[in-house]
Design a protein around this ligand. Sequence first.
Ligand code: NAD
Ligand code: MG
Length: 391
Amino acid sequence: MKKKSISIFGATGSVGSSTLNLLRQRKDEFDVVAMTCNSNIDLLLELSKEFNPKAIAVADENLYLDLKKRVDKNIECFAGSEGLREISCYSSDIVIASIVGLAGLESLLDSVKNTSVIAIANKECIVAAGPLVVSQAKKHNCQIIPIDSEHNAIFQILDGKSIKDVEKIYLTASGGPFYKFSHSQLKKVTPAQAVKHPVWSMGKKISVDSATLMNKGLEIIEAHHLFGLDNNRIEVIVHRQSIIHGLALMKNGALLGYFGKPSMLNPIDHALAWPLCKDNNIDPITIEDLNNLTVESVSDDDYRSLFLSRFAIEKGGFYPVYLSASNEIAVNAFLKNKIMFLDIIRVVEKVIDEIGHSGNKSLETMASLQEIIMADGEARIKASEIIKLGF
Ligand code: NAD
Ligand code: MG
């Protein structure tokens, strides 16, 4: 059997590491073409020795010389955002888009031209630039497979079905580490507590997003762009056990569901094997896992993050860009102890309020990459100002 070639953007992160764990079990099926990281070049070099890619890149340009000096001479070496774009020019059968944040957008849009399948974890890019990414993928005949677990679940449920036959989908939320915390408890939570998710092991940014439920807000927008569903056809439910990943209520009254262990290995492996379904060594779900599953409905009024995300969909234009960019800045500030946990969503709301009205133009055509980057920059500056000057 011919080996598939694969590139991993964000190889040193949580999703990148899960992907590489699966590739270790499928060494006879995949050749790694390229890998990238932000700044962890020690790990990138270790992975390069193990997987022998054609090229690697580090986003932090200051680390280029060090990387170049230490890497095997057969491996091409790049740096900076241009370096990531160089990596996207290496053609491969499948690309794993697992950079966190909008920093992954340019390489994602380039990758769409040079690969047949993109397995996308990077939700910030879909939130901010969904229509552009989806239309470019269509144009270049590139299949997008979401590996965010809920969206991968819906993708698998919908296989061969028309979205017209779906009444609504349900995205499950674990509720995060602060589920049912009171306002006064939330006032005092620390970054260390926020990144400690009760069920999932993930990167810091998405862990904080899970705690504010902004992760689910971003996922509503992600589902809106990926599946072409309106706000009112995407519902969020709290499901503490994280065994049900997605549900689709069909027009004929049937409720179709996807069940799996709370692990990114399943959605990533699905994308690696797609369109086939292959044996693997992943711990399978058992009937006992289905005991005592609970689901609870969620009101947008309970979570400002959900309200703001739905508001961003309704307003359209650059609102999703403002939401995601200001959230990135606010989460970063929280992780650096510059703002409190409850300030995160306050920053997002203030940015949306202040530049939403002045800067948002209703888009008659799809936003271009340059326009998205400008809107993103504007929101980041505004969020940083709000954090610096106080509320
Ligand atoms: P992470 O922080 O563990 O890893 C992020 C990766 O991106 C790292 O390799 C890092 O080096 C790279 N990176 C960070 N900043 C960069 C920059 N400015 N330029 C280039 N590269 C940069 O994050 P993660 O948890 O693996 O999440 C990655 C993406 O996948 C996020 O968008 C997240 O929302 C999404 N996602 C993650 C999970 C999960 O279980 N971890 C689940 C669903 C979706
Ligand atoms: Mg998810």
